[in-house]
Design a protein around this ligand. Sequence first.
Ligand code: TRH
Length: 393
Amino acid sequence: MGNPTSGKWRADMRIDIFCEVVDNFGDAGVCWRLARHLANERGCDIRLWIDKPDVLQRICRNLNPDLPVQHVCQVTVCRWPENLESQTIGQIPDVVIEGFGTRLPEAYCEMMTKRAVAPVWVNLEYLSAEPWVEGMHKMPSPHPRLPLTKYFFFPGFTAQTGGLIREDRLIETANAFKEDKAKRNDFLSSLGVDASGFTRIVSLFCYPIAPVETLLKAFSILDIPVLCLVPEGVAVDQVTRFLGAIPVVGKLYRKGNLGLQVIPMMEQAQYDLLLFSCDLNFVRGEDSFVRAQWAGKPFAWQIYPQQEDAHFEKLDAFMHLYAQGLVPEDATTLRTFVDAWNGRKGAKSVSEALLSFMALWQKLAQHSLFWRQKLTQQDDLGTALVRFIESLR
Ligand code: TRH
């Protein structure tokens, strides 16, 4: 049975999480974070099934992509589908979580039905601020053939959703980086970064279609010195074009008022510290986007682009929620920059939008703390998920 310990729900349950890598880190980021959180802080026994462990290895150095099964950070990581075939009924756990509609093999579903009590089956959905999410959260969906029911679990930004992954000491750690400059500088030095002399430090993580060259040019002619840190492998072509040469990892390049440095790709927990250390974070997709909000710093989100511009509805829904509390002119400045960064039709260019956006930095810094405070009022996703599972058992 689960029990709430100091307000956080802990449960003694075995969980299989299934992750399929489609594109980019393709959900491995979210699934890996959830797996670690449930294992380390919610007392669960987690197996993470991933089809491309080599992708996960980029953000989890201790993982050996050649091993079929291994134990890393208190999580058992298994490669699938091949190792799934040898599973016995006794190995089918109490709970099965499929990440983002991953299709479970029929043979595995059959085995789920043979257990004395069928596992609780949850589909963890994509994060969206769209209002319909609240109505779909926790909806059951019976299997067409087998006596199994799958439940849709939606992360989100309101109390009527499943919340966001938030580790127990996350905000304290983010605050410590804010308040203790030495801590921040030590971390940056560990990445080979010397930020002295720069007024703003910026991290840049984006998709290849982002207008990176335009952004870098605009930074170089700003009236304040900005240091832009780009993890290795991100926007490689654009950075190369901007510099006129392939960047050497660790080397600081200067153009006008811009310092530009490619830094090594970090482990996930390290990447969080980078977000805590920077004054402005460019983030993308889902996991880095959420982490930027926990960092309590201004950020610019590049949403994962979908066909026929379907992603803009999702972007609008989030920006609508996020901008509440900003005066209308400031909300417009923020929207203008985010639209430019996302290449929205008819939007201004990033170079036109950057100056006003950077001038708003102080207010955005305040606002990001206000937003973060609001988010901490809701249960974290791990707690909400475990509580929901318990309610079904
Ligand atoms: O990789 P992404 O683009 O993932 C996306 C989303 O999950 C999206 O929903 C999905 O539809 C699409 O893939 C196919 O961006 P995201 O979600 O931010 O994941 C990147 C992960 O990489 C995140 O966990 C942070 C991590 N990371 C590191 O650990 N170290 C690093 O140095 C960097 C730059 C990132």
